[in-house]
Design a protein around this ligand. Structure first.
Ligand SMILES: Cc1cc2nc3c(=O)[nH]c(=O)nc-3n(C[C@H](O)[C@H](O)[C@H](O)COP(=O)(O)O)c2cc1C
Length: 304
């Protein structure tokens, strides 16, 4: 008999709805293997581009009262150096979602093809990084450019395309509708929220890049609102992300409309056990409420 906590999204079979968010322990095959062994239902890699990037100088991360502020600058070895990381990972038979970025539709398509060749089960297009110019959020705020990129990638690869949206726009539903119309298979909401920290003694911005992206519990209500709005404006599945630290948070995201959830910053604060504790909590909730599986309460908050 299938477990109540197992679920499917964009054709991927997940043992449970928890997924490692992009950029946290997704740099190597070994680190993602640890995340899978700790109980994640799927993993998303660090965002990979065509060429290697060193990222920004330190400081790249600042701890705030209720989260992290980061401006890493998308450091990564370049997609072609990631092949060997996939070898061990693929043996575990847990879906691997490749997060990719580019500076043009052509670049996105090239990275997508390389990722699929090396075994990606799905792609997550990072069009939402708040701190790298001409990539990330600049694309994710422009429905025309976003459409061009999704269509180009879709045309080149046969794997599911998930698009990760930024909350740093006036109307996320406008972007979500364009994403669906362009042919995306699912939406991840959300990437980090634009933020900044200043050293009050010196008056200097703390991050070397000055501007960064806020993650962790501080952004949970923003993320819930985005998932709720996106769910009500499109018919493709939504993956919730932003500030999830416990199973109750995950339930809230599912009730807002998420069909699966991603965990990032909580891994840094709570360790790898966060995946099994969130998954076990969701399973107990399903049993207590006499649901069949999570699909029974995806979007429940919209019925009220
Ligand atoms: C240090 C750090 C690095 C990140 N790198 C990426 C990245 O490479 N690509 C991406 O799409 N999101 C990246 N993110 C954003 C996370 O995937 C996630 O969307 C965000 O942190 C909100 O979720 P959380 O509150 O659970 O961390 C990064 C976040 C952090 C904290």
């Amino acid at each position: 008999m299938k477990s109540k906590i197992a679920t499917q999204i964009v054709g991927l079979e997940l043992a449970n709805p928890t997924i490692l968010a992009a950029g946290i322990l997704g740099y190597t095959g070994l680190s993602m293997k640890r995340v899978i062994e700790a109980g994640a239902g799927a993993v998303v890699t660090k965002s990979m581009g065509l060429e290697p990037r060193t990222g920004y100088q330190n400081p790249t991360v600042v701890q705030t009262d209720c989260g992290l502020l980061n401006a890493m600058g998308l450091p990564n070895p370049g997609i072609n150096h990631f092949k060997e990381e996939m070898v061990e990972l693929k043996k575990l038979k847990v879906p691997t979602i490749f997060s990719i970025y580019g500076f043009s539709a052509e670049e996105f398509a090239k990275v997508a093809v390389a990722a699929v060749e090396m075994g990606a089960d799905a792609l997550e297009l990072n069009v939402s990084c708040p701190h790298v110019k001409k990539a990330g959020a600049q694309i994710g705020s422009d429905p025309k450019l976003l459409t061009e990129i999704i269509k180009k990638v879709k045309n080149q690869v046969k794997k599911p395309i998930i698009v990760k949206l930024t909350p740093n726009v006036t109307d996320i539903t406008e972007i979500a509708k364009a994403t669906e119309k362009a042919g995306a298979d699912a939406i991840t909401a959300i990437n980090t929220v634009k933020g900044m920290a200043i050293d009050h003694e010196t008056g200097k911005p703390i991050l070397a890049n000055k501007l960064g992206g806020l993650s962790g519990p501080a952004i949970k209500p923003i993320a819930i609102r985005c998932v709720y709005d996106v769910f009500s404006s499109v018919n493709i599945p939504v993956i919730g992300c932003g500030g999830i630290t416990c199973w109750q948070d995950a339930i809230e995201f599912i009730q807002a409309g998420a069909s699966a959830i991603q965990i990032g910053t909580a891994v840094a604060f709570k360790g790898l056990n966060v995946f099994s504790s969130v998954a076990n909590g969701i399973e107990t909730y399903i049993k207590t409420k006499h649901f069949k599986n999570i699909k029974d309460f995806v979007g429940l908050a919209h019925n009220i």
